[in-house]
Design a protein around this ligand. Structure first.
Ligand SMILES: Nc1ncnc2c1ncn2[C@@H]1O[C@H](COP(=O)(O)OP(=O)(O)OP(=O)(O)O)[C@@H](O)[C@H]1O
Length: 689
């Protein structure tokens, strides 16, 4: 290949790319005009035209937003197909351009095919062994609107015309070697065959994707969400797609990917954010997680939810019309048991109050010369009676009930026969005012057990479900505790605790699922069977489609070898992914005495900042250590200091792992060691390998 050949080919592709951008500008202008026309309709003023206006503005704004989205690398692929395949152009070569969205010329000719469309599948799936009608696959790399390079795969040399040119080498390798920004990038231009199969797996049922570190599970999950929204927009955008990730840093890392894919109907939440009004970030130790995450907590919480409140009075004694009205503690507790059994305490308060009134009336009715209704009315207004009710059966919040577990004596009653003394001790000490990530499913469970006070029903406005009219975005507004998602994506599923599965399951009763994870990266030390059981309960009996990813695209082979060494010690037979990129740069392992640690860490991080253009992750064994390490370092946008647990799912150009020997399990260490794309430095005061 000569430079002129490449130059000529680039010029040729530039012509097509220009045509696409020109057409896109036209479509954008049309959408803008439609929006303006929609607003004009409002001036007509009757109800019908207002509804029409809303619909028109809504759809136009939605279209405009799609056209406005960042379109760096809008056109990224071209397929030259066997002439009989389709889309003949004037040169009688069937060719398809693949891009981030679909664009048609005015006469309907497809200028660009959306990567999610069936016609684009061959771009990702064709191989030399199975060309699927593709003669040449071309990847087009651009900077802004300018085509900068081309990479071709000749898949069917026998069918290629003599003058067909093949240029470039390795778009995938080029993509993998690029420095990382702080957010994840989409991979639409270089999705690989096995990934494509998982992305386009059937929309119904449960798609389970497993694979080692860096195999693209997260990328696949997100692209799958975008694919589903494309294939059945009304089902998935209407019902919504919930994407659950392990931590807020992770959610931040991936949240830029979906808009880049042109999708806005997805809700991203970390496990600490699934319950409205709670945003938990505190991590528990592995021991406490094993207790809080265990299914045994269901019963512990049920007992707590049925317990008397701390304000419980010692029976009822009050004066009324010269008489003493008395109910013993035993009597009121008997009512509590009867009314509370199997019911949600906040929802049956009215019933409980009625029973107390009945019991009082039964004890004095012989001596009262009034109607029972009068008696009820008087007592309901009586301050002593009202004070009794408030203390005896207050409206409680999940947070309050959870806080009762901090009292060792109470917890002993709730956990009797369920948790060992040691587990009880750990649990009661780990219940604090500020909820941890593992408290969130407990709060969700309690909310389910205690219910809410029945409220008078109010009608919700239609606009809530239709979307934000004329707003900057076309995001559909859902109520805070929306639970009817059409699809649920669970990332890093190996670390979802049984109680978390229950919480996620409540939000996807009728959903189809995509579950991605790597069992080898699991930090769960509780009952090994429970997570699987809880997961199966959450997803039900839907058909499962299994996919295994086998290539590690993140780590250099040199870095992954260090991680692999660690996991092989605990799982010698585990099939590990193959790291495709070799850099020739060996990881650096530093040893120091305790006194010198801060200085060595500072120097190591400085050095890494000089060696890579992008991000540096500094990983500490636990939260306390993370805070110490933070205090040693200057703030820098390129540096993220996280715990080994919070590093789950994350990726950095370089990683400095501090005190690997203190990371609490080999599996978590495996996670921490497999986060870097280019450089890995470990700093230790002990021998850890
Ligand atoms: N086909 C691809 N083309 C280009 N880059 C890819 C491809 N597949 C994956 N990558 C890149 O590899 C890196 C790892 O991907 P991802 O984070 O999805 O892996 P993962 O399997 O979820 O990893 P882990 O389990 O370790 O968290 C990302 O930078 C991603 O963009």
């Amino acid at each position: 290949m000569t430079d002129t050949t490449l130059h000529d080919e680039i010029a040729l592709e530039q012509k097509h790319v220009d045509r696409v951008y020109t057409r896109l500008a036209r479509l954008r202008a049309d959408a803008q005009q439609a929006e303006v026309d929609g607003y004009q309709l409002a001036k007509v003023g009757n109800f019908g035209s207002l509804v029409e206006r809303d619909a028109m503005v809504f759809h136009a704004a939605k279209r405009r937003h799609v056209f406005d989205a960042e379109h760096e690398g809008l056109v990224f692929g071209r397929l030259d197909m066997h002439p009989e395949t389709d889309l003949r152009d004037e040169e009688s070569v069937a060719r398809r351009y693949i891009g981030r969205l679909g664009v048609r010329a005015e006469d309907g000719e497809p200028l660009l095919i959306d990567w999610r469309a069936p016609a684009a599948a061959a771009f990702y799936r064709a191989t030399a062994a199975q060309p699927l009608g593709v003669i040449r696959r071309r990847m087009i790399t651009s900077f802004g609107e300018r085509v900068t390079s081309l990479d071709d795969d000749l898949l069917d040399p026998n069918a290629a015309a003599a003058d067909l040119r093949v240029v470039g080498d390795g778009a995938l390798m080029a993509a993998l070697s690029r420095a990382k920004g702080t957010g994840m990038r989409d991979i639409v231009a270089t999705i690989q065959h096995e990934q494509d199969l998982a992305i386009r797996s059937p929309a119904s049922g449960v798609t389970v994707v497993e694979g080692g570190p860096g195999t693209g599970k997260t990328a696949v999950a997100l692209h799958r969400a975008a694919y589903l929204l494309y294939t059945d927009r009304s089902r998935f955008a209407g019902g919504g797609v919930l994407i659950v990730g392990p931590s807020p840093v992770f959610v931040q890392y991936i949240e830029t990917v979906l808009p880049a894919l042109g999708e806005e109907s997805a809700t991203l939440r970390s496990l600490g954010q699934l319950v409205p009004g709670v945003n938990a970030t505190r991590e528990e130790t592995a021991q406490v997680r094993a207790v809080k995450g265990s299914l045994r907590m269901r019963k512990v919480l049920r007992r707590a939810a049925e317990d008397a409140p701390p304000s419980n009075p010692d029976g009822l004694r009050m004066r009324y019309r010269g008489e003493w009205l008395v109910l013993s503690r035993r009597q009121v507790e008997e009512i509590r048991r009867r009314v509370g059994r199997g019911a949600r305490r906040n929802e049956v308060r009215g019933k409980a109050f009625g029973e107390v009134l009945d019991a009082l009336w039964a004890s004095v009715k012989e001596r009262m010369h009034i109607e029972q209704s009068r008696f009820d009315d008087d007592l309901s207004d009586h301050e002593d009676f009202r004070a009794f009710l408030r203390n005896w059966w207050p409206l409680v919040t999940p947070q309050e009930v959870l806080s009762w577990l901090a009292d060792p004596r109470k917890l002993h009653r709730y956990a009797d026969g369920l948790l060992s003394n040691e587990e009880q001790r750990q649990l009661s000490r780990a219940v604090r005012a500020e909820p941890s990530i593992d408290d969130v499913p407990l709060l969700d469970e309690l909310a389910d057990l205690i219910g809410t006070q029945p409220k008078p029903k109010r009608k919700t406005r239609q606009a809530q479900t239709l979307g934000v009219m004329g707003g900057r975005r076309d995001r559909v507004q859902r109520e805070a505790d929306y639970r009817d998602y059409a699809h649920v994506v669970v990332d890093e599923s190996q670390d979802v605790t049984p109680m978390q599965w229950r919480m996620i399951g409540r939000r996807g009763h009728a959903a189809s699922w995509t579950i991605v994870g790597d069992p080898a990266q699991s930090a769960w030390i509780g009952d090994a069977q429970e997570p699987g059981r809880a997961r199966d309960e959450a997803i039900g009996r839907r058909t499962r489609h299994h996919h295994q990813l086998t290539t590690n695209y993140r780590n250099s082979a040199e870095i992954f070898e260090v991680a692999a060494e660690v996991i092989r010690k605990v799982s010698p037979d585990l099939p590990l992914p193959v790291a495709v990129r070799s850099t020739g740069i060996a990881p650096v392992h530093l040893r120091t005495g305790g006194d010198g640690l801060a200085q060595v860490v500072r120097e190591a991080v400085e050095k890494l900042l000089g060696e890579v253009e992008g991000t540096v992750g500094v990983i500490a064994p636990d939260a306390a250590f993370r805070d110490r390490v933070r205090s040693w370092l200057k703030a820098d946008d390129r540096v993220g200091v996280v715990t080994a647990l919070a590093a789950k799912g994350m990726e950095y150009d370089a990683v400095a792992l501090i005190e690997p020997g203190l990371v609490d399990s080999a599996r978590t260490l495996y996670v921490a060691l497999s986060r870097a794309t280019q450089r890995l430095t470990t700093v230790a005061t002990t021998d850890w390998r």
